[in-house]
Design a binder for this molecule. Structure first.
Ligand code: OGA
Ligand code: MN
Length: 207
């Protein structure tokens, strides 16, 4: 029997990212894990652990609901079994990205995000002006049975001038290059949950 490297199933998504600068993989996360992550996100919201997200970095960070209206909490290992399993999955993906794209990704940071109905995140790029460590953005969506009429798409602005709307459907993983891909979150008529994260390279130590 041939044994494949544990990350062989990740190869197609890595190839798509290399070719197009973005990749969408429906049903990426196992259904049970997606369910548990959604539950974990709601639990954190219910106990008041999610806080309004800021814009910018470090001392420059500000809360600006006119720019982004989501509430977030950063993931740390040891917080919950589901989030720990997700961090392991993302570490496999990090290694697959390094094998396929030679990106030298060293770590991964991520947060739960909850957009209340009507909340949005204006068009932006994920890489900070004063910190170029973020190389690949990864968003896992946690919303079962999302319908187009409910809004809430992630709108990607592609290099050829076209746009692509991605529905925040439970289990879907969206990857895109953090430096090159402007995107926005459109308002939705229902609560919108996700786990948003960034694979990072080593910094050059100038900040
Ligand atoms: C972000 C972001 C996209 C999404 O948090 O930077 O763009 O679909 N999120 O939640
Ligand atoms: Mn973003």
């Amino acid at each position: 029997m041939t044994t494949y490297p544990p990350s062989a199933y990740l190869a197609p998504i890595v190839d798509k990212l290399a070719e197009h600068g973005w990749a969408l993989q429906p049903l990426f996360a196992p259904q049970l894990l997606t369910l548990e992550l959604a539950e974990e996100c709601r639990k954190r919201a219910a106990r008041g652990a999610l806080a309004p997200a800021g814009v910018g970095r470090g001392a420059q960070q500000q809360i600006r609901e006119g720019v982004r209206g989501d509430h977030i909490q950063w993931l740390e290992s040891g917080q919950a079994s589901a989030s720990d399993r997700y961090l392991e999955l993302m570490d496999e993906l990090r290694q697959a990205l390094n094998q396929g794209l030679y990106l030298g990704l060293e770590d991964y940071e991520s947060h739960f995000a909850l957009y209340p109905p009507g909340a949005f995140y204006q068009k932006h790029v994920d890489r900070f002006r004063d910190d170029d460590r973020r190389a690949v953005s990864a968003v896992l969506y946690l919303n079962p049975d999302w319908q187009v009429e409910q809004g809430g798409a992630l709108r990607l602005y592609l290099a050829d001038g076209s746009r692509r709307d991605v529905l925040p459907q439970a289990g879907s993983l969206l990857l895109f290059l953090s430096a090159d891909m402007p995107h926005e979150v459109l308002p939705a008529t229902r609560e919108r949950l996700s786990l948003t994260g960034w694979f990072r390279r080593r910094g050059d130590g100038i900040w």
